[in-house]
Design a protein around this ligand. Structure first.
Ligand code: BES
Ligand code: ZN
Length: 633
């Protein structure tokens, strides 16, 4: 039987050939005829791979993780399908040192060339292969200081302070900085790995199977489901594990383990709720790895083991919708993947929608409504930011020539979410849920484009319900900037009191503390976001005295307060601000704070001084984003 990858590739070659057309018309909003489907599998502008010529079906990694040198030494053994009997295999690499390449057939070294080094894309690795339809290619390589996926942490940067720690972050196109691969979300392969780490550390990978010889520091991993390269992840450190139930659990440094297990106690319920909505969880176990605070994202949906920031450990389980989000990616993103980063909304818009449905199942509609309102507020902010860049607020992106990491923003998440809500409303929840379940089943373990989705939507949902694609508005949502007219903003009844309290206080009224009883993080966030820019210094002092925001241990609340503090130049919060920026690497928090500071004359010097202190704690993703702010002048 043909490998699914190869089958898709062959099919697409055939379809592209039959259509005799160029791929780029796929994004033409005026055309949704059948030929669009046939031309839909695009070439990925961010990958050198030519999968229609030679495609990697399986990759085995033999890895030595050297903490002293901060280097991974690897041997990558690639099973290659070569249907066209071509003579070249093209892989992506960036800042990798390639020592030698062998073909297994003759065991001899083969010639390879590294192409020109392109910003953020890196160098194409072109390998001379044989004409055999199936063959094995072996690459000896090392990572370098330019391995931007990796972060190496010293013992002082961990909770336990005794052992070093490392982790990888592959999305969007960083996997190529730590192993040679066909690094496109449209190309899937199965993989396995043998990893050696120092004897006192544990290694974790985004794999279904893990066998450990811990005393020797040797680990074996297997992923039997085809996944794109950005979902291959590794972490090593002093890690312990505690089960939550028989299929969910938490990996964390021992010092963080109990807090994490308490926070994520509902993970099993989340998986059950997700399955009830959109079908079986297909990855075996669902675990979470809690990383040190330098992790640049809230969470990353690495299959079988979500990588997560410790900044969601609020102590009251109020930030766990992030876990629901990463879990939801096990369907939207990992099972059905955006074919290129231009289709990023297919990953994130669907996931935000699914996340809120999981939270609705667990906590009720009023809870999910709070999340929707917070998301809508974020979206308004992003739309304002991009009011002069119409391309950036379309769901379908055009990232060619751009670093995908810079071009992906809230729009994919929150505008994507609103589009799916609008479609749900048009046909009713029951039909919508059956459609979505079928979408996941029909596309399982495949990558798909926005244009494929539109065709599928039309044939499977709209036509059977006598709605035309045009009337559904979907194309406007996808190809036009901003929000379509008539979008109804989500509302939250639970936010009403918080909004009123903020309004009465800012109008000079007294603070009625009793009104805040039982508030979750979300109500506090809404309260803080509802405070006007006209707040006086005295009002800031009163708020802080009453609610001790400067000392908040809830990262979302602290972030919001620190942000307001910069707006109002509330100096008593500046030590906390510095502390937060030095110890947290989560870009969603760090970047907006620097942005605000850099916007003022005095703030700019303060920001530069903190950045000098903090940057060794940041992963490259966060560090480069902040550096970008300073270089803008
Ligand atoms: N897959 C993303 C993280 C990501 C996106 C990494 C793009 C690299 C490039 C992840 O699922 C995510 O969206 N994380 C969010 C949390 C979520 C609740 C919105 C985050 O990190 O804040
Ligand atoms: Zn996501």
């Amino acid at each position: 039987m043909l490998n699914t990858n190869l089958r898709t590739v062959l099919l697409n070659c055939l379809l592209i050939f039959l259509a005799g057309a160029v791929v780029s018309c796929a994004s033409d909003p005026t055309k949704t005829n059948q030929s669009e489907k046939t031309t839909a599998m695009p070439t990925d502008p961010h990958s050198a791979a030519r999968p229609q010529e030679a495609v990697v079906a399986h990759e085995h990694l033999q890895l030595q993780v050297d903490f002293d040198k901060k280097v991974i030494t690897g041997i990558a053994t690639l099973t290659v399908q070569n249907p066209s009997k071509g003579k070249k295999l093209l892989l992506d690499t960036r800042n990798l040192a390639i020592d030698a390449v062998f073909l297994e057939t003759d065991g001899a070294k083969t010639d390879f060339t590294l192409g020109a080094n392109q910003p953020f894309i890196g160098q194409a690795l072109e390998i001379n292969i044989s004409e055999a339809e199936k063959q094995t290619v072996i690459i000896h390589y090392r990572t370098t200081d330019g391995a931007d996926a990796l972060q190496w942490l010293s013992p002082e940067q961990t909770a336990g302070k005794k052992h070093p720690f490392m982790f990888t972050q592959g999305q969007a196109i960083l996997s190529r900085t730590w192993f040679p691969c066909q690094d496109s979300p449209g190309i899937r392969f199965t993989w396995s790995a043998d990893v050696t780490v120092p004897k006192d550390l544990e290694a974790i990978m985004s794999a279904e199977k893990r066998t450990a010889d811990s005393s020797a520091g040797k680990y074996h991993f297997e992923m039997t489901k085809p996944v794109p390269a950005y979902l291959v992840a590794l972490s090593a450190g002093n890690l312990a594990f505690k089960a939550i139930d028989d299929r969910t659990g938490v990996f964390a440094e021992p010092e963080m383990l109990d807090r994490s297990v308490y926070e994520f106690a509902d993970m099993g319920k989340m998986v059950a709720a997700a399955e009830k909505l959109y079908g079986a969880y297909r990855w075996g176990r669902y675990d979470v790895l809690v990383l040190p605070p330098s992790f640049p994202f809230g969470g990353m949906e690495n299959p079988c083991v979500t990588f997560a920031t410790p900044t969601i450990l609020a102590g009251d389980r109020s930030l766990v919708s992030l876990i629901a989000h990463e879990l939801a990616h096990s369907w939207s993103g990992n099972l059905v993947t955006n074919a290129t980063w231009d289709d990023f909304w297919l990953n994130e818009g669907f996931t935000v929608y699914f996340e809120r449905r999981i939270m609705e199942s667990l906590e009720g509609k009023e809870y999910a409504d709070m999340l929707a309102v917070i998301g809508y507020q974020d979206l308004q902010g992003t739309l304002e930011e991009f009011k002069n860049d119409t391309a950036a607020s379309c769901l379908k992106l055009h990232l060619q020539g751009k670093d995908p990491d810079d071009g992906m923003n809230d729009i994919a998440y929150e505008k994507g979410y609103l589009l799916l809500c609008s479609l749900e409303k048009q046909v009713g929840r029951e039909k919508w849920d059956s459609f979505l379940k079928k979408y996941f089943d029909d596309h399982a373990f495949h990558s798909t484009t926005t244009e494929d989705f539109l065709v599928y939507l039309e044939t499977e949902l709209l036509k059977p319900n006598q709605i035309s694609l045009d009337a559904s508005g979907a194309k406007n949502w996808i190809y036009k900037p901003g929000l379509p007219e008539g979008v109804v903003a989500p509302v939250s009844v639970r936010f009403q009191i918080a909004g009123e309290l903020a309004a009465s206080f800012s109008a000079g009224g007294q603070l009625d503390r009793n009104k805040t009883n039982g508030w979750s993080s979300h109500e506090w966030l809404h309260f803080l976001r509802s405070l006007p820019a006209t707040l006086t210094a005295n009002q800031m002092t009163v708020l802080d005295k009453e609610f001790a925001f400067t000392r908040s241990r809830n990262s979302e609340i602290l972030f919001e307060w620190l942000s307001i503090s910069v707006t109002h130049k509330y100096l008593p919060a500046y030590d906390a601000l510095e502390n937060f920026l030095v110890h947290t690497g989560r870009r969603k928090f760090v970047l907006p704070l620097y942005k605000k500071l850099v916007g003022t004359l005095e703030g700019k010097d303060f920001a530069r001084r903190i950045f000098l202190k903090a940057k060794s704690n940041y992963h490259s993703v966060t560090r480069q984003s902040v550096e970008g702010l300073f270089s803008q002048g």
